[in-house]
Design a protein around this ligand. Structure first.
Ligand SMILES: Cc1cc2nc3c(=O)[nH]c(=O)nc-3n(C[C@H](O)[C@H](O)[C@H](O)COP(=O)(O)OP(=O)(O)OC[C@H]3O[C@@H](n4cnc5c(N)ncnc54)[C@H](O)[C@@H]3O)c2cc1C
Length: 509
């Protein structure tokens, strides 16, 4: 095969492909991002970025801009059969991004595209990948441009971020297991709602009734994203959603006969049915999958975009480490294992989510009897919040997680260099961090011959911390997950020895 045109070809400039391109550019890789559409103007689709995805965007260097454009959400009020059950505070602890953000997917893509330009990348618009071929040490991607001109791109790796009909997945022969989600559809509209409930710019409403779950989330620019999950027969045609249909659903959910809707501009409605599907592996040789091309489910809980961003974040530093020669290609198999497990857990949660699934009599009765108590109990509210925020999804059991490893390192106050810091400001997506904890930590091992970039930091937690035990060494991955907790410098050396090629570039100290 001829010399590579670039390190990585990414097919598809949706949120996943864009986030991956930014992550790879932060490591200086030569990336080509192909998009068959001619511009970024698309439909709204996903509307919420949860806490963990905000951390991902912070690592990519653009979270502040998202906060400027989005609406920060503080709470959700739950109604069952028209009666309020309670308010759930959405503010999470242990993160620098305590609130989820209401922001439309077209804005997410625009902001990521701007960030990509800043880090020296670009989207190749009107460029459709039409075929992918794999060799042992490289890949070839056939593309067709707007003028019909075909071209062959050569790259070391190709990543399919092109959604559910992934060309890369098919070319790699990776089965997409699963099937349709029966008797569930969502109808959505962006609109101002005039009803008995007051408009709080930072509060969402969730209204549960028999065979209906309806949510209203404030949008940037005013009004709500209204979404209604219903149990429709699969044979019902997918006709366009009308204002009157949504008004009837709102009246039913709110038990309010006086509801009026005014669509906001640009007008947007959507009706969709869903599939639950997983690629059996996210890697085959030189091909990788991320986002909807790897996993799909109903947008209950608003997880698709968020899980795609997490996947891109998990993949970018690993792929960069392999391309740079810092780590062996087996590191990429851990992306497949970890992201598949994350996605399977997310899908299970969407199936068990009783608040956004159309209500059954049993759920409605239970919510009426104990809902208020559950929302008012601290541990239960913390648990629900942790799940919504996606902060509790760990990588325990991954080949990359050694003793005490796998959990995401929460943000917390620590002493370092004689003053208090937020721990996350001392960590970086561009390198691993070895935290030597306490007044008398074990000596950090010599890292001069380690090919992976590892920075050593001495810290002391201001309060007792399970993740930072006194007199220990804690190795944190670039994506904030704990790799290893130990008192033994030899264990750190052995761990890094397993994942370093040693022949690569010098570590960034
Ligand atoms: C109605 C609806 C509501 C949703 N609501 C939510 C929500 O509230 N929260 C949430 O998190 N998620 C939600 N989702 C899911 C979310 O929109 C997707 O998970 C997300 O868009 C996936 O991003 P992606 O980048 O993986 O794929 P996509 O967004 O599908 O992007 C793929 C890109 O690849 C391009 N492409 C395809 N084939 C080729 C090719 N051969 N060559 C070049 N380019 C190609 C496409 O044009 C597209 O731009 C919703 C989805 C729907 C349909």
């Amino acid at each position: 095969m001829a010399q590579d045109d670039c390190d990585v070809v990414i097919v598809g400039a949706g949120p996943t492909g864009l986030a991956l391109a930014v992550g790879l550019r932060l490591y200086g890789l030569r990336v080509r991002l192909l998009e068959k559409q001619d511009s970024g103007k698309r439909e709204a689709r996903a509307g919420i970025v949860w806490h963990r995805a905000m951390e991902v965007l912070a690592d990519l260097g653009c979270a502040e801009r998202f906060v400027e454009e989005g609406v920060s959400l503080d709470s959700t009020e739950l109604f069952v059969q028209g009666r309020t059950v309670g308010v759930l505070d959405l503010t999470a602890s242990g993160t620098r991004w305590p609130n989820p953000l209401s922001i439309e997917q077209d804005a997410v893509e625009r902001l990521l595209a701007e960030r990509l330009t800043e880090v020296g990348g670009a989207i190749e618009w009107s460029t459709e990948a039409t075929a992918v071929r794999m060799a042992e040490d490289a890949a070839e991607v056939e593309v067709r441009r707007a003028d019909g001109r075909p071209q062959t791109l050569r790259c070391a790796w190709v990543v399919g971020c092109e959604g559910s009909h992934s060309l890369v997945r098919k070319a790699a022969g990776l089965p997409f297991d699963g099937g349709p989600r029966r008797h569930l559809q969502v109808a959505q509209i962006n609109a101002k709602v005039d009803w008995r409930l007051p408009y709080h710019g930072d509060r969402t409403y969730l209204l549960l009734d028999k065979d209906l779950s309806l949510g209203c989330a404030p949008r940037p620019g005013g009004g709500y994203r209204c979404f209604a999950f219903t149990r429709e027969p699969d044979s019902t045609p997918l006709t366009p959603v009308t204002v009157e249909e949504m008004r009837q659903l709102l009246m039913r959910a709110a038990h309010d006969s006086d509801v009026w809707l005014t669509p906001t501009l640009p007008e947007w409605t959507n009706r969709a049915r869903f599939q639950d599907r997983f690629a059996r592996s996210l890697r085959s040789g030189r091909a990788l999958l991320a986002g909807d091309s790897a996993h799909l489910w109903a947008p209950i809980g608003g997880r698709g975009l968020n899980t795609g961003l997490r996947g891109a974040h998990n993949l970018a530093w690993k792929l960069a480490s392999v391309v740079r020669g810092w780590a062996p290609p087996e590191l990429l198999d851990t992306y497949s294992t970890e992201q598949r497990r994350t996605a399977l857990r997310v899908m299970r949660r969407t199936r068990r989510d009783v608040l956004e699934s159309p209500g059954t009599w049993r759920v409605l009765l239970t919510m009426r009897l104990v809902g208020r108590h559950v929302l008012g109990t601290r541990w239960a509210a913390d648990r629900i919040r942790g799940r919504l925020a996606d902060l509790d999804l760990d990588h325990r059991g991954s080949p990359l997680s050694a003793h005490g490893g796998g959990d995401r390192m929460p943000d917390q106050q620590v002493w370092a260099d004689g003053r208090a810091h937020s721990l996350h400001t001392l960590l970086s997506y561009r390198h691993w961090t070895l935290l030597s904890v306490g007044e008398r930590p074990p000596p950090a091992p010599a890292l001069a011959s380690c090919s992976l970039p590892v920075t050593v930091r001495a810290v002391s937690p201001t309060h007792a911390s399970r993740q930072l035990p006194d007199q220990s060494l804690v190795l944190v991955r670039p994506d904030l997950h704990i790799a290893l907790q130990t008192r033994s410098p030899e264990e750190v050396t052995a761990y890094l020895g397993r994942w370093c090629t040693r022949a690569g570039a010098a570590p960034g100290q």
